[in-house]
Design a protein around this ligand. Structure first.
Ligand SMILES: N[C@@H](CCC(=O)N[C@@H](CS)C(=O)NCC(=O)O)C(=O)O
Length: 86
């Protein structure tokens, strides 16, 4: 089995490897990297729970609907989108 597939059995990119720690979801990678490296002020992923919740809201909106709808419309095109609806 190829190394990248061992790290990410979802057979997708991106994959984040930080030492022995591996993440397979892009939005989670973003928040992990922001928490790890944005030391002063956490502007990318704020510590304040209400501000952070608004960032999470956008990430979850993207993960649970927008990304797949956008992909079906823009990447697949309308004919494949119609097939997917069947
Ligand atoms: N939920 C995953 C989705 C990743 C994803 O869909 N990646 C696409 C490229 S943008 C991919 O690798 N697809 C596999 C393929 O096209 O064979 C994430 O957000 O990291």
């Amino acid at each position: 089995m190829v190394k990248s597939l061992k790290m990410n059995p979802h057979h997708a990119v991106p994959t984040l490897k930080d030492g022995d720690f591996i993440l397979k979801e892009s939005r989670c990678m973003g928040t992990y990297l922001a928490d790890k490296y944005d030391k002063d002020g956490c502007k990318l992923y704020p510590k304040d729970i209400c501000t952070r919740a608004k960032v999470d809201e956008g990430l979850y909106f993207d993960a649970t609907g927008f990304y797949s709808s956008f992909g079906a419309t823009v990447v697949c095109g309308s004919s494949q989108q119609e097939e997917m609806a069947l």
